[in-house]
Design a protein around this ligand. Structure first.
Ligand SMILES: C[S@@+](CC[C@H](N)C(=O)[O-])C[C@H]1O[C@@H](n2cnc3c(N)ncnc32)[C@H](O)[C@@H]1O
Length: 303
């Protein structure tokens, strides 16, 4: 049976919604521990995996505050609906001036509702912060952005996240990945989706060689299971860390398209990788063929 992938209320260029079935398909059947995400992002993976218990962390406080606001009951579908109807009306009459007004307000007051507004009315649903931590995505140029159907869609996404947060044991924390991995225990699964090395960077997504090495060391010495999302190669180049670091573990790959503007090379298909410290076999039923590279024993199998 095909299970539909849920979409969270927050969007971002690195969202893994399309890869969720693949990620879910390699989670071992006997997993009963805590699902740990040191790089939660929009929460798309955790909410779809829907484990009994999860610890979801990120260094971007705005992502964490938004879901913590849902957990505390401060943010409900009704609150979101009322807020978006009010702000949407002003956006319709004032246009981009109001988008930038809310963006400035968010950058000084950090309200989670304003974060939702700029995230959903900003260009391409992107999240990007300047060096001072200010959100700097321009307006999507659609004053009619918050039409009733769009508000209903977002409200339903908040309702979906809220039900999960209320029925599961989910903990949200704003902290660095090193601390999150250190706090995990051997019965847990750590799913890591760090900023992709050598690709997109901003204030909360600065990621360099030292970070990748740190992550490698932390994950390699972790006693439980881990799953890491990273990029393998694209038409222009390869992720050198696959060969220099991650090849000691198992690697599954598949093609994925990111629709991010900006650099031309970022609009091309990317071969995504899932690196694991256990022998993962994808049970996902797919029409396309899927390559599975086991880099230690150079062989290619199709499943
Ligand atoms: C590629 S995104 C995760 C996307 C997520 N899987 C999703 O589907 O939405 C990477 C996330 O890592 C966070 N991040 C960057 N550096 C971090 C660090 N040192 N520790 C923890 N989180 C970090 C960013 O704020 C960003 O939300």
């Amino acid at each position: 049976m095909m299970i539909k992938t849920g979409v969270p209320p927050i969007k971002s260029q690195g969202i893994k919604t399309k890869l969720v079935p693949w990620i879910k398909s390699i989670i071992p059947d006997d997993f009963h521990g805590t699902w740990i995400e040191p790089f939660m992002g929009t929460g798309a993976v955790a909410f779809n995996v829907a484990p009994r218990r999860a610890v979801l962390c990120d260094t971007n406080p705005h992502l964490v505050n938004f879901y913590a606001g849902i957990a505390s009951g401060e943010i409900t579908p009704e609150v979101v609906k009322e807020y978006l109807e009010r702000e949407g009306k002003i956006l319709l009459s004032k246009g981009e001036e109001h988008y930038y007004f809310v963006r400035d307000r968010f950058n000084s007051e950090h309200s989670p509702l304003d974060f939702l507004f700029v995230n959903r009315a900003g260009f391409n649903g992107m999240i990007r912060f300047n060096r001072k931590g200010g959100f700097n995505i321009p307006f999507c140029r659609k004053p009619q952005r918050f039409a009733q159907s769009y508000i209903t869609k977002i409200t339903n996404q908040v309702r979906w996240a809220r039900i999960l947060i209320q029925t599961k044991e989910l903990t949200f924390k704003c902290q660095d990945f090193k601390k999150t991995i250190e706090e995990a225990s051997s019965t847990d699964i750590i799913y890591c989706d760090p900023p992709y090395i050598d690709r997109y960077v901003d204030y909360y997504n600065g990621w360099g060689d030292a970070d990748e090495l740190n992550l490698y060391n932390k994950l390699s010495s972790f006693k439980g299971k881990f799953i890491l999302s990273t990029w393998h190669h694209n038409d222009y180049r390869e992720n050198v860390y696959i060969k220099t670091l991650w090849s000691r573990h198992s690697i599954l790959t598949r093609e994925h398209f990111y629709h991010v503007g900006g650099k031309k090379e970022n609009r091309n298909p990317v071969i995504e990788a899932l690196v694991t410290n256990f022998h993962a076999i994808s049970t996902e039923h797919r029409h396309e063929s899927q390559n599975q590279y086991l880099l230690l024993e150079p062989q290619v199998t199709y499943c």
